[in-house]
Design a protein around this ligand. Sequence first.
Ligand code: ATP
Ligand code: MG
Length: 409
Amino acid sequence: MPTGWDAAHRIMEILEEAGHQAFLVGGSVRDRLRGAEPSDYDVATDAHPEQVMVLFPRTAPTGLSHGTVTVTAVGTPIEVTTFRREAGYSDHRRPDEVRFVSRLEEDLARRDFTINAMAEDRRGQIIDPFDGRKDLERGRIRAVGQPTERFTEDALRMVRAVRFAAQLGFAIDPMTESAISACRDRLQPLAVERVAAELDKMWTAPHPAYGAVLLWKHQLFRYLPPFCAWDGEGVANEPLHPLSGLDALSHSDVRWAFFLFACGVDEERMGRRLRSLRLPGRRVKRIAVIARIAAASSVPLEEEEAKRRMLDIGGEGYQQAISLLSALGRLEPETAKQLERQVATWWKEMPVQRREDLAVDGRVLADALELQPGPWLKPMLEFLLEQVALGQIPNNEQALIDLARSGRQ
Ligand code: ATP
Ligand code: MG
């Protein structure tokens, strides 16, 4: 199967044959150099978007205003962006103006960190005007150019520095790190969505505790939305739980829950705080349920109650809630492991795990009961699911219809 690299390579070839320059840039160069699989491949070129769109049969104008066209080659979509410079950051969050340029070096100079400011041509030659490779080898996050200027232009870069530290386990270069302290009051105008997206990436990183330590070390919460706008106490000056707990957890949802507990958010305010982070509704619900289970769990677990909760967030979600209890220091790790195994067994034993497993669906049920489908269906199906999952009735069409009928009377 062709890979992202094959697609990027093919695109660079076609651009070069048409007389343009084309390079792999950003995270993909960094990841290839450190021997990791890039999450995506970005191509930069001196060709303007309309020239790119003429050269390839399958394109989508995904970000024309900042020069990006998505080109699909050998079945894989790749973002192709015209070399550009950014000017004027009067609101510290987005450039007032994007200008296309003809030199790769100018495009690399607008990038945030030296390790993200390298390019690779299709023959594998690396273009590295800011010594990114050396920083990659030494394990350093260093701003391109003057760090305070770069953080003043776009304050999100401070959060990104912390995120890359957590992802790569790198130290932040001393000058760059002291610029974070010096510029942190510029964080306030940032869009919550951009902040939450970086933190979310941090919770999938190999060293999330390290990132969280840096956030507290520089007291970024006082300035960082949405935390700075939280009413009441805001975020605790010191984490309320040892941050090493984050590294022991295995999923971004449960890491969010732990992090918010460490911030001092109690269970009652968890939903509101999560919504203020503007995470997708589905995630908010899942994280809140994990937090609620962890807050309420008693040991030994009650089987029926556990099974009911599992219908909400799945067996894995319940296991995560137990690992959260252990990270919060409320359960011995050994006991937590035992409980996780117990929960996995219960989950496997359940005759149905989700609504689609039921022997009836909404349409069949509405027909059998001679009722119009409507809002009554959802709670009814949930009730039937619980009854079957708990072994109260068999998963058989007639039994389900009978129970639904008696429930309607
Ligand atoms: P990931 O593997 O997480 O996608 P990445 O380095 O590709 O990491 P992206 O957010 O996808 O990060 O950004 C792609 C590239 O764009 C970066 O490598 C960097 O060169 C540049 N970049 C992104 N955001 C900024 C920013 N706020 N300021 C300057 N350059 C940026
Ligand atoms: Mg990327």
